[in-house]
Design a protein around this ligand. Structure first.
Ligand code: 4LM
Length: 407
C-alpha cells in the first residue's frame, strides 16, 4: 500500500487502486456475489490460494478500498469494515474473548458499548470490571488472572475524560493483556492509538469518518494476526457486514476529513471558551480547555480536542431541558461528527442503557448536555447558544427522570 507523508493526502488517495482502468472516483461494486472464471478458481479463492472477490460478506472491492485507507491512516497492517460501530465493538471484543475470560473496561463508555459489556457478554460467560482509567493503579487492581483485554474510549463519550495511552499500554504489556481503543471521537487525524502501542483501534464510521449523517458503519484496525479472526471468524460468521454503497459514501465523505476536523476543532474550542465564561454554565467538559484534567495529553497523544463537548447548567436538570428545547440551529439528535450541530441529553438518550447508579458512578449527571459542534459559521453557532441560555432564567416545567424507560 502506498504511504503518504501527510494524512490530509491519505484521506483522499489512501488505498485507491490506480491500476484499475479509468475511474477517478472509487468504483462501486454493488454486487452480493462474484463470478469465478472456473470451478478450480472458485475453490482456490475459498482456500485462500488465489486472490479475488468471492461474496460481499467476506469482502468487496469497494469496501476493500475503505479498509486499505483506514489501515494507512491508523498505521495498521489491516482494517476490517463493519455494518455499524457496534458491529466493530463487538467484532473486536468477540475475536479476543471466550467463555471464562474477563475484561477491564473504562467507566463512561458509549451506552450500547456499556450494555454489550455488562449485559450481553456475561450471557456467554465473559465478565468485566469497570474502572476509572485515569487512575492507573485502579486499572491494575481490577486485573484478574483471567483478564485478557483492557477496553477504553479516549476521550470518553459523553464527558470527554482523556486517558493516558502510554501508561495504559505499559501496564497491559507488563501484564500480557491486549488493549482495544475506540477512537471515534478523535479519528486517526487527531489521534493514532496504534502508534502508542495499542493493539486494536476501532471506530464508529457513522460519525466523523463519513461526516454526513447518512450512513451507519464501523471499522476495526490492527495487525494482520489480530485482524484475521475479526474478518474471517467474526464478520464472516456473525455477519455485521457493511454495504458496498455505504463504504462508497464513507470513502467520498473521508476526502474532506482533514478540513472538517480542523473546523470542528476550531468551532468546539470557541464554543467551550464561550460556555466556560457564561454565568449560567456551571461546568464545561472539553479537553481543549486548560482547566480540563486531560489537557496535558493534548499535543502528546492528541493533535486536537475534537468537536464534542459536554456542559452542565447552574439551574440543574429542568434548566438543561429548557436549554436543549430552546436551541434552534442545533438539532436535538444523538450522533456526532456531522456537518450539522447536534445536541442531546446523555442521561435519557445515548447513556440511557446505564442504570442510574452506574451513570452516577461514571460521572454522567442528569443535567449534563452534550453538544456535537458542527461546521456552521461560529457566529451563528454562538448566537444560537446565547439565545438559548438567555431563556434559562425563566420558570421551566419539571420533568422527572426517575423510572423513565430506556428508548
Ligand atoms: C452517540 N454513538 O454517542 P454506531 N463508539 C462510540 C460511539 O459514540 C458510538 C458507537 C461506538 C452515538 C450513537 C447514537 C464512541 C455511537 C456505536 O452507532 O453503531 O455506528 O456506533 O450519539
Amino acid at each position: 500500500m502506498a504511504a503518504f507523508k501527510h494524512q490530509s493526502t491519505c484521506v483522499i488517495h489512501g488505498g485507491h487502486d490506480r491500476t484499475a482502468p479509468g475511474s477517478l472516483a472509487t468504483p462501486l461494486y454493488q454486487s452480493a456475489t462474484f463470478v469465478f472464471p472456473n470451478c478450480e478458481s472458485g475453490g482456490a479463492r475459498f482456500a485462500g490460494e488465489e486472490s479475488g472477490p468471492i461474496y460481499t460478506r467476506l469482502g468487496n472491492p469497494t469496501t476493500d478500498e475503505l479498509e486499505r485507507r483506514m489501515a494507512l491512516l491508523e498505521g495498521a497492517e489491516e482494517a476490517v469494515a463493519f455494518g455499524s460501530g457496534m458491529g466493530a465493538v463487538s467484532g473486536a471484543l468477540l475475536s479476543q474473548l471466550s467463555c471464562g475470560d474477563h475484561l477491564v473496561a473504562a467507566i463512561g463508555l458509549y451506552g450500547c458499548t456499556h450494555a454489550l459489556i455488562s449485559e450481553q457478554l456475561p450471557r456467554f460467560g465473559i465478565e468485566s470490571t469497570s474502572v476509572d482509567f485515569s487512575d492507573i493503579h485502579a486499572v491494575e487492581a481490577a486485573i484478574q488472572p483471567n483478564t485478557r483485554v483492557l477496553y477504553l474510549e479516549t476521550p470518553v463519550n459523553p464527558h470527554l475524560a482523556v486517558y493516558d495511552l502510554d501508561a495504559i499500554v505499559a501496564l497491559a504489556r507488563r501484564k500480557g493483556l491486549l488493549t482495544i481503543v475506540d477512537n471515534t471521537f478523535m479519528t486517526p487525524l487527531l489521534q493514532q492509538p496504534l502508534r502508542h502501542g495499542v493493539d486494536m483501534v476501532l471506530h464508529s464510521a457513522t460519525k466523523y469518518l463519513n461526516g454526513h449523517g447518512d450512513v451507519i458503519a464501523g471499522v476495526v484496525c490492527g495487525r494482520t494476526e489480530l485482524m484475521a479472526p475479526v474478518r474471517m471468524a467474526i464478520r464472516k460468521d456473525i455477519g455485521a457486514v457493511l454495504s458496498p454503497h455505504d463504504a462508497w459514501l464513507i470513502l467520498r465523505g473521508m476526502k474532506t476529513l482533514a478540513l472538517r476536523m480542523e473546523r470542528h476543532n476550531d468551532n468546539a474550542m470557541a464554543v467551550a471558551h464561550f460556555l466556560e465564561a457564561h454565568p449560567k454554565v456551571s461546568r464545561v467538559y472539553y479537553p481543549g480547555l486548560p482547566s480540563h484534567p486531560g489537557h496535558r495529553l493534548l499535543g502528546r497523544q492528541m493533535r486536537g480536542a475534537g468537536g464534542v463537548l459536554a456542559l452542565e447548567l447552574t439551574g440543574g436538570y429542568d434548566t438543561a431541558v429548557r436549554f436543549v428545547n430552546q436551541l434552534k440551529l442545533f438539532s436535538i439528535a444523538v450522533s456526532l461528527g456531522d456537518a450539522e450541530s447536534l445536541v442531546q441529553h446523555p442521561a435519557s438518550m445515548t447513556h440511557s442503557p446505564y442504570s442510574a447508579e452506574d451513570r452516577a458512578a461514571a460521572g454522567i449527571s442528569d443535567n449534563m448536555v452534550r453538544l456535537a459542534v458542527g461546521l456552521e459559521h461560529i457566529e451563528d453557532i454562538l448566537a444560537d447558544l446565547k439565545q438559548a441560555l438567555a431563556t434559562c432564567d425563566e420558570t421551566s416545567n419539571a420533568v422527572d427522570l426517575a423510572g423513565e424507560e430506556t428508548p
